[in-house]
Design a protein around this ligand. Sequence first.
Ligand code: MEV
Length: 307
Amino acid sequence: MHTGHGYGFGKTILFGEHFVVHGLPGIVSALQQTLTVQVKKSDTEKHATADNSIRFNSTKIRKFTTKMALPRITAITNLLKINTPLHITFGGTLKIANHGMGASAANLVALARALNAMFKLNLTNEQINNAAYEGEKIDHGTPSGIDNTAATYGGTFLFERNTITPIHLKQPLEIVLAESGKSTSTKTVINSVKKLKEEKPKYVEEIFKNYKDLVKNAYTALQNFDIKVVGSLMDKNHELLKQLTVSCKELDKMVLIAKNSGALGAKLTGTGRGGLIVALTPGKDLQNKVSHALEQKGFETLKTTIQ
Ligand code: MEV
């Protein structure tokens, strides 16, 4: 009863960031890397935190202070009706990026699971996921829920309006994630896409229409493990994200480096206008080559697999 541990998966969005906010399907893969939370009763009358989590060096993100973490902690403790002052330790193997790793969702899921364990709440995964979504709204305004769902359940799946359809990849697939060193706010970028949709409805509808066809094909290609097609659809998805104005020159440059060094596909992943790209690099040799090319140009990478 005196302590509780929990974890949440990091994620990379393979198809459909921003489109999912508007109710279109997205495809996401959880990473093996997780964020963890340990909770125990605080020695004082207030919540206190310690941050042992790791970051991409390029992000320059400071350690979480209790003040920074408090709004999200209280969103969850209020929902779960927990009044005990807590000492919360953040940790795990997921490298936190400026954006794109799903770290905020992974943290929230880990916290909900840790509280579930400490207070023996018997929460289902669905309740854990819902609790994390409440926390996500604090920072992200009107998130789609794709990040917290990946952080809760793991694996690769199609996400559409909170319904998930698992995709079973024939074998694990190597990817490279690379960090731009540039930060932005998810809420700001989500709002800017909404504004674009209000101001240029026809323009955005056309992009949405193209995306709907693309994601259908991507779902089939992933199921058939037709990875060349998956790669070329990732490239096309990046183009559509550019049209939605959520890329930036650093991300475009990184995509080009990844493609020129042999990646089957590459696109921004997550919020955009900074944060990360994901490159599809089946096999260790190609993965090392693409990662090396990006590192040579000063972009920090993470080599991992999706499944
Ligand atoms: C952020 O990882 C993904 C976005 O589509 C926002 C969301 O789905 O909530 C940009």
